[in-house]
Design a protein around this ligand. Structure first.
Ligand code: LLP
Length: 443
């Protein structure tokens, strides 16, 4: 089966150049580090466009497909522009994400608003800007949204988020009757929600059902089970309430290759499986061919991104391991300390075949848990070397913090030998910009 870009551990343009340095998008990483400073997020435009094409081609034969990028993975204005130009829609989960895509000029009918506790202000904004679909998560939100819609004299197009009783543990999954989840309506609550929509909340127009079963998924059959449940629910609801629901949103979750051992399926593999399953379910349950929404986040952006760090201090623990510290860590990439996530790295300015050693790459933050890579064999590291950590495009910048009052890094977009800064590095003044000293303390 055809490969897709999410199966690559590195950006597709990663290369070793004539200077023996790593390059991405035709840009020498050592030069980028020098020009923009480190830590530095680097995004490869060619890889982003390649995976968009992989998704589009994989679903080409099913015309009712809407690919809605899950902005939570990484949301910056320039990235939104690229994905918009590729024809993707956007799954957003906050006023901030709504505002970012709106300001980037996205047609707001291609935006879908998710979340388990959307605020009054966020729902207001979504309605004012004409967000295309709102996936309603719970009874409280049904009532709130209907009131807001009534006040604006609008009808809102919604999906219902349900918990289909499938739980993903990345490499295997379980199916249960109920799920202990903060998201969505339990299957036993769906009918009550529909009664309310049909009889009381008449400013809401229900189009279909939404579910999301997990993230970093390698097991394709989980999607087949999910589609079966969503389609059978739609058929049951159509029959019981005499309404036609013709949209299903299966969420995101396709995995990526953080480590050599990771073998995520390709977009083509899940595309075939999803389309086959949809066609089968349409026949099996006698329903209209539904529009399908996909919400990929990680599998659009993770492998297009790397983070560059400069090596600083190191410490050899007597009879123990060697720690090598870089100038970033848990504030620009909280995933290792939060999830014990593993990352692969290379030294941008050193050939792999020089003398190597096993080291632990740690960050610069005041916490023992601030370890980026527990154990990796790398060319012997010296201060000033540039370390390139791969697969940091998703859930790194979007989850970054200012822990220890450290400035968030800049981000550059590389393509065909050019680099453009798309997020400015924070300054010390940025760090105190929101601070207020009350007058009585100003003596
Ligand atoms: N749709 C919904 C409703 C979601 O909750 C999520 C992710 C996605 C789509 C996108 O999933 P993806 O394709 O990226 O797997 N911070 C964690 C990941 C949390 C994902 C939460 N929901 C991490 O760094 O691994």
């Amino acid at each position: 089966m055809k490969q897709s870009a999410n199966q690559s551990q590195k950006p597709l343009t990663a290369n070793v150049n004539a200077e023996n340095n790593l390059e991405i998008g035709g840009c020498d990483l050592v030069e980028l580090a020098d020009k923009y400073g480190t830590p530095l997020y680097v995004l490869d435009e060619a890889t982003i466009r390649a995976i968009c094409n992989d998704y589009k081609n994989a679903f080409k034969s099913y015309s009712k497909t809407s690919i809605m990028y899950a902005s939570k993975a990484l949301c910056t204005s320039a990235l939104v522009k690229i994905l918009d130009s590729e024809g993707l829609g956007f799954d957003v989960v906050s006023g901030g994400e709504i505002y970012t895509v709106y300001k980037a000029g996205v047609d707001m009918s291609k935006v879908l608003f998710n979340g388990n506790n959307k605020s009054f202000d966020e729902l207001n904004l979504a309605l004012d800007l004409g967000v295309g679909r709102i996936s309603v998560d719970n009874f409280y939100e049904l009532a709130l949204l209907n009131t807001i819609a009534q006040n604006k004299n609008k009808t809102v197009d919604i999906l219902l988020r349900i918990t289909p009783g499938i739980e993903c543990h990345t490499h295997h999954y379980i199916q249960t009757g109920h799920l202990d989840s903060k998201f969505g309506f339990d299957l036993t609550q769906v009918d009550d929600a529909i009664e309310l929509i049909l009889n009381e909340y008449t400013n809401l127009k229900l189009h279909g059902l939404h579910a999301h079963i997990g993230s970093q998924i390698f097991e394709t059959s989980i999607y087949a089970d999910e589609i079966d449940i969503l389609c059978s629910e739609i058929a049951r609801i159509d029959k019981k309430f005499n309404i036609i629901l013709n949209e299903i949103n299966i969420g995101g979750g396709l995995g990526v290759k953080y480590m050599q051992k990771d073998e995520p399926p390709s977009t083509y593999e899940i595309g075939n499986l999803i389309i086959d399953k949809l066609n089968e379910s349409v026949k099996k349950y006698g329903i209209e061919t539904p529009r399908i929404f996909l919400e990929p986040g990680r599998s659009i952006i993770s492998f297009a991104g790397v983070t560059l760090y400069t090596v600083g201090s190191s410490k050899q623990v007597p009879n123990g391991r060697k720690y090598v510290a870089v100038d970033g860590g848990m504030s620009d990439n909280p995933r290792p300390s939060l999830y014990q996530a593993e990352y692969y790295a290379q030294v941008a300015n050193k050939k792999e075949d020089t003398q190597t050693e096993d080291v632990t790459i740690c960050g610069r933050f005041c916490e023992s848990g601030d370890i980026l890579i527990q154990n990796i064999n790398l060319p012997k590291l010296d201060e000033g070397d540039i370390l390139c950590v791969f697969n940091t495009g998703a859930y790194n910048y979007s989850m970054a913090s200012n822990y220890n009052r450290v400035e968030k890094p800049a981000m550059v977009l590389v393509n065909d030998g050019t680099s453009d800064e798309i997020v400015k590095r924070e300054t010390l003044d940025d760090l105190i910009r929101q601070d207020i000293i009350p007058d009585r303390l100003r003596k």
